[in-house]
Design a protein around this ligand. Structure first.
Ligand code: SF4
Ligand code: SF4
Length: 327
């Protein structure tokens, strides 16, 4: 706990996309939830409004005192009592009955006993199966023979975000058994990458890291903006945005860099299922910025960003859909 070092400067409040969105007025903010509540307030007094946060890490990045705000907010979520929000209840019910947060639509399983596991995550196996097929084809063309195992379940990250810790731990145990059969794990969802590294202690690689240095090409025309995933840039590596731009630029994509490229799309932290109005409002704000910039569309490396911006009408491609191997 490091709450004692808060100097009440307000930088976290100014950086928070939810607090600065018209739909976010009920969110008490990172200082109240991450600093004051654990120290001074009754446990649970901030209630479910503590969940109105996308876990984008922007507050933590802005804090001059190095406060671990997201960790503190996650801890508080695990101590909240009371009913789950309807969207979160649905998600937990899905995990309890079939091991993933959304219904599985993918049927291109690869279970050949390879030493590399491609772990697409729940959205890649449910709502965005085309993304998963593209990344899998790309890996194959790079000479990376891999499995996509139906035994690998939700990584548990969405459950930890809403404070459901026991079920998340159960998933961790079951996945750890599957992971033990592989030498290398590749992900395309930054939330999974973060969870596997920070909670499982597995050195999972995100697809951006795999593609660095490869000889790639793209057939995309026009100018494309980036949507840089929060969990990658602020959670795991500050170089993510530059890596994404470099891979695409080298492949021939005309990439437009924008100051807003790494601001949160609103899709993470359980917001999409728990508070869809705020999630949608944040995404609409970003879509409008991209529209005004006159770009063809947006390239990202996160299924949640693809899903949430796509819902609000943006043309969104995952990096796995934007490039192929040079022949
Ligand atoms: S993690 Fe993001 S949404 Fe949550 S309080 Fe911090 S800045 Fe706001
Ligand atoms: S940015 Fe850090 S030091 Fe400043 S108010 Fe927020 S938590 Fe406190």
């Amino acid at each position: 706990m490091n709450e004692g070092r808060c100097v009440k400067c307000g930088s976290c409040l100014r950086a928070c996309p939810v607090l600065n969105d018209p739909s976010g007025t009920q969110f008490p903010g990172p200082r109240t939830v991450g600093v004051d509540a654990p120290r001074f307030l009754e446990k649970g007094s901030v209630g479910q409004n503590a969940l109105r946060c996308t876990m984008c890490h922007a507050c933590e990045w802005a804090c001059p005192s190095g406060m671990t705000l997201t960790r503190s907010m996650l801890q508080l979520r695990s101590e909240l009592s009371g009913d789950l929000l309807p969207g979160h209840r649905r998600m937990v019910g899905n995990v309890a009955s079939f091991g993933r947060t959304v219904a599985t639509e993918f049927n291109g399983w690869r279970e050949e006993g390879e030493r590399v596991l491609y772990f697409p995550g729940c959205i890649g196996l449910g709502r965005l199966t085309g993304l998963t097929e593209s990344v899998s084809s790309l890996l194959t063309s790079l000479g990376i023979a891999h499995d996509i195992s139906r035994e690998a379940l939700c990584c548990g990250s969405p459950l930890l975000k809403i404070g459901v810790t026991e079920l998340a731990e159960d998933l961790r145990r079951r996945n750890a058994e599957v992971f033990s059969r592989y030498d290398r794990i590749i992900t395309s969802c930054p939330g999974c990458t973060y969870q596997l590294r920070e909670v499982y202690g597995v050195e999972a690689e995100h697809i951006i890291e795999v593609l660095r240095g490869s000889d790639l090409r793209s057939n995309l025309e026009g100018r494309w903006a980036l949507q840089v995933p929060c969990h990658l840039k602020r959670g795991l590596s500050p170089w993510t945005a530059d890596d994404l731009a470099a891979i695409l630029g080298k492949a021939g994509v005309d990439v437009v860099r924008m100051p807003e490229e790494d601001s949160c799309c609103g899709g993470g932290g359980g917001m999409l299922s728990g508070f869809p109005e705020t999630s949608g409002s944040l995404a609409r704000g970003k879509v409008e910025i991209y529209r005004r910039a006159g770009v063809e569309g947006v390239i990202t490396a996160c299924p949640f960003c693809s899903l949430n911006l796509g819902r609000e009408g943006a043309r969104v491609l995952d990096i796995g859909e934007a490039i192929t191997l040079k022949h």
